[in-house]
Design a protein around this ligand. Structure first.
Ligand SMILES: Cc1ncc(COP(=O)(O)O)c(C=O)c1O
Length: 391
């Protein structure tokens, strides 16, 4: 039976990790992997997470099953951070824990499909797993170009996709810090987006994986809240894996907005059934640690301080890149106005290969870079190498 399977190409980024690990050059630079790094290249466990984990070891008295919705204390504690003061929007939002943001995106797409969504519009490029998840489910993807060549948003294209969608179609947007383009919309652009959703009746699916890594925890949630205030129904996929540095612990949540209690309960029961049939229950540990952090003012403060530090470092790197202006044929100035871990450089695959082979600089073939892979020590070398290979 297994002979019938076609070999699948390995994940390009995971292959890049292996190449980078095998490179003996001391001054190698990794701009490929999607994790935050300190100035020293480390991806440490947050102090607040360590403290919460310690507390878990001491206080957890059972590892008995929870249920497909996971740790509801975690799900609820997160809500004011995402949705604001009126965290349930008057009882219109319900959520469940998922295995990472990936699980939440998967659940959003599967539930939308079950509810009869005909197709999902999505600006490309996007996080590659979005398209993979849709393909795996057999849900039609309608892609549109959402970024201009100069690294800014093509808002007309976004609004066109929303306005052109029927009520049985969805549009997937990134809540903040777009992966891979680093694009964020201004408040007035979010207003226009919300208005377009309201007018067309298209179903919003908002994927927020980097809250707090762009402009700030509150600022990064504004766009999502603007849309939710104007629409009857929406799905939100959320990841704590970046903003709590929990990556491998797989901490995520999926939220449903509906315009009535019965609809919400029915949608939630379907999400519950899909989760049960997929992973049964999400892993507990990371979500329990996040719950402990968010219920303790000192730990919450420590978490926010560390997040502020991460954001400030990425801003410093972005400012330095933007200041450099042109590096060969690549204009780095747009990177200063972008947010989060990622940006895309207009480089060819040959130039990406030359950076890797001649300069030990590793980045995705698409030209995506993780700005947190740069430090004040290696940034000039990166800019010079980029100038050399693109001249
Ligand atoms: C846009 C986007 N959504 C979702 C995810 C999934 O995150 P997680 O690691 O929590 O599954 C990522 C991770 O890279 C992402 O970039």
């Amino acid at each position: 039976m297994l002979d019938r399977l076609e070999p699948q190409s390995p994940d390009a980024l995971l292959a890049l990790i292996k190449l980078h690990a095998a490179d003996p050059r001391d001054d190698k630079i990794d701009l490929g992997v999607g994790v935050y790094r300190t100035e020293d290249g480390a991806t440490p466990v947050f102090e607040a997470v360590k403290a919460a984990e310690q507390r878990l070891v001491e206080e957890q008295d059972s590892k008995s099953y929870l249920g497909p919705e996971g740790d509801t204390g975690f799900v609820n504690a997160l809500m004011p951070w995402i949705f604001g003061e009126n965290a349930t929007m008057g009882g219109r939002i319900a959520g469940m824990q998922t295995p990472g943001g990936t699980g939440a995106v998967r659940l959003a797409a599967a539930l939308a499909q079950k509810a009869g969504m005909a197709r999902l519009h999505m600006g490309t490029p996007s996080w590659p797993n979005h398209a993979q998840i849709l393909a795996d489910l057999g849900l039609e993807l309608a892609p549109f170009d959402h970024a201009r060549a100069d690294g800014t948003a093509d808002l007309d294209a976004v609004l066109g996709a929303i306005r052109g969608s029927r009520a049985d179609e969805g549009v997937l947007l990134h809540g903040c810090c777009h992966n891979p383009t680093g694009i964020d919309y201004a408040p007035e652009e979010w207003e226009a987006i919300a208005e377009a959703f309201e007018a067309s009746g298209a179903f919003p699916i908002i994927d927020t994986a980097y809250q707090g890594l762009g402009q700030g925890l509150e600022e990064d949630a504004k766009g999502l809240r603007t849309v939710l205030a104007r629409v009857p129904e929406a799905f939100i996929a959320y990841s704590c894996d970046k903003n709590f540095g929990m990556y491998r612990d797989r901490v995520g949540a999926f939220y449903i907005l509906a315009d009535g209690r019965t609809t919400l309960d029915t949608a939630f029961s379907n999400a519950n059934a899909l989760a049960r049939a997929s992973w049964s229950m999400p892993p507990d540990h990371g979500a329990a640690a996040v719950r402990l952090i968010l219920r303790d003012t000192d730990l919450t403060q420590a978490w926010q301080d560390e997040l502020d530090e991460m954001r400030a470092r990425m801003r410093q790197v972005r400012d330095r890149l933007a200041e450099a202006g042109m590096a060969g044929s690549v204009d780095l100035s747009p990177l200063g106005a972008q947010n989060g871990l990622f940006s895309v450089l207009p480089v060819t695959s040959e130039q990406v290969a030359a950076l890797r082979e001649d300069h030990a600089i590793y980045m995705a073939g698409s030209g995506r870079i993780n700005v947190a892979g740069l430090s004040m020590d290696n940034i000039d070398r990166f800019i010079d190498a980029l100038a050399e290979v693109t001249r």
